[in-house]
Write a protein that binds this ligand. Structure first.
Ligand code: ADP
Ligand code: ASP
Ligand code: MG
Length: 415
């Protein structure tokens, strides 16, 4: 559809709409963009800790709420946010209409609590923009083909915003949050973390998937695939410039002093990790395929994997990590195949964190991993699992030591 003005998508996270004062502030940000000559689509999250409170309340009613009802419940948080913002805009004389995920045709898979977006029918949004309204869309939610409300996974409003920006070919997708951009580490954990002015899609995707939850990692996959220009900034500071721009190429990637120096972008902490160890399974073909096959069939994402076996002992220990939200299903599925695969024991440890260093040029620098292990060892932090890739080195450590590990690693690599 041809509109008379360019489209900008603005996403406001929970902290940005947590009380009436902040909601009014968000309305001002949107209205000032409208006055600058843009069509604005605002994607809004649930106010403050609404989602967590709804989860807690459901858990007090039943120990196993159905996924369908959980999604119905959690979608109401974002609906509050969008209605409040639309009211605040109307109050200051800016025409706005709120729309649910289902109203704007965000069609998803039927996997409740982790649905994937299949398509977005932009007509409803275009119609409202063409009428001169701001379209306020509820983040984090969609509707499945069988007409059930679905949600997109925690932090999913980022994904809603990026997907809408991609479909509307928006000039930019502005992510407003409670920090003024992406930092070299979580600024609430590492006091000396440094703000990054611009970052590539690849780097941001790695940071997000390693635990930098300032952007949901799935939203970064979509941003990268569709080259959605992102600008992450603070809703509290109200500055046009500043923040972090995510784009294909940045000048900063060769900031390292020498051309071939390794350049560490950031240090991350992922607290959403559970370690599962399947102990003493026979060392024969097909065992790993069986374990990870049944988990994959249920859509359980596995992160780090290690297999260890004493030489010629004939048995293996296989350990891997998953996110907290899928523990119960993973436990049930693995118990079902325990005898079939001949495992002696399944041990689940919820008290682990993953710390990672992310940067370009790791692979050709054997010394980086050694330095990372040295830093942890000096602080007597035991490494339980290790994984390396071209752009990232991750270690699983005890949850008690996660924050300390991140601070020490930041001190070593980013100061
Ligand atoms: P929102 O409600 O706006 O979606 P989130 O809480 O999801 O906000 O994300 C913002 C938070 O992400 C920040 O308050 C910060 O603590 C955390 N964070 C983690 N890693 C980083 C990082 N590398 N840079 C900036 N913020 C980070
Ligand atoms: N309200 C949802 C959550 O807390 C989605 C979001 O905020 O992005 O995870
Ligand atoms: Mg978020």
């Amino acid at each position: 559809m041809n509109l008379d003005k360019p489209v900008v998508v603005q996403k406001f996270g929970g902290t940005s709409v947590k009380n009436p004062r902040r909601i009014k502030n968000v309305a001002e940000i949107i209205y000032s963009k409208v006055k600058k000559g843009y069509h604005v689509v605002a994607v809004v999250s649930a106010p403050g800790d609404t989602t967590d409170r709804l989860v807690d309340m459901a858990n007090k009613i039943t120990s196993c709420p159905t996924e369908r009802e959980m999604d119905v419940l959690l979608s109401t948080g974002e609906m509050q946010g969008m209605a409040f913002v639309a009211m605040a805009l109307n109050e200051i004389g800016c025409k706005a209409v709120s729309l649910t995920g289902s109203q704007v045709g965000i069609l998803t898979s039927s996997a409740h609590s982790r649905a994937r977006i299949k398509s977005i029918d932009a007509k409803k949004i275009y119609d409202s923009l063409a009428r001169g309204e701001v379209a306020i869309v509820a983040g984090f939610q969609g509707v499945s083909e069988d007409d059930n409300i679905t949600t997109l996974g925690r932090g999913g409003s980022d994904l809603s915003a990026v997907a809408i920006a991609s479909v509307l070919k928006a000039k930019v997708c502005e992510i407003y949050t409670d920090v003024d951009g992406v930092y070299s580490s979580d600024p609430s954990v590492v006091k000396g973390a440094k703000k990054i002015d611009s970052i590539t899609y690849d780097e941001m995707l790695e940071l997000a998937s390693a635990g930098a939850n300032v952007m949901q990692s799935r939203s970064m996959e979509v941003a990268k695939k569709h080259k959605v220009k992102l600008h992450i900034k603070s809703s509290l500071k109200r500055e046009e410039k500043g923040g972090t721009v995510v784009m294909e190429e940045t000048e900063k990637t060769d900031e390292a002093k020498g051309l071939e120096d390794v350049f560490i972008r950031g240090v991350t902490l992922d607290e959403d990790q559970v370690r599962i160890s399947i102990e003493r399974v026979p060392d024969k073909p097909g065992v790993a395929a069986k374990i990870f096959g049944v988990l994959a069939r249920d859509g359980i994402n596995v992160d780090m994997i290690i297999q260890s076996s004493a030489y010629s002992s004939g048995v293996n220990d296989i350990s891997f990590t998953i996110g907290h939200s899928r523990i119960d299903e993973a436990r049930r599925i693995l118990q079902e195949i325990k005898d079939e695969i001949g495992a002696k024991e399944i041990i689940i440890d919820e008290k682990v964190d993953k710390v990672s260093i992310v940067g370009i040029g790791m692979k050709s620098h054997a010394g980086v991993a050694a330095r990372m292990f040295e830093v942890l060892s000096k602080k007597s932090i035991n490494i339980e699992m290790i994984s390396t890739s071209e752009i990232k080195i991750s270690c699983v450590v005890s949850a008690k030591k996660g924050k300390e590990a991140v601070r020490e690693l930041h001190n070593e690599f980013c100061e």
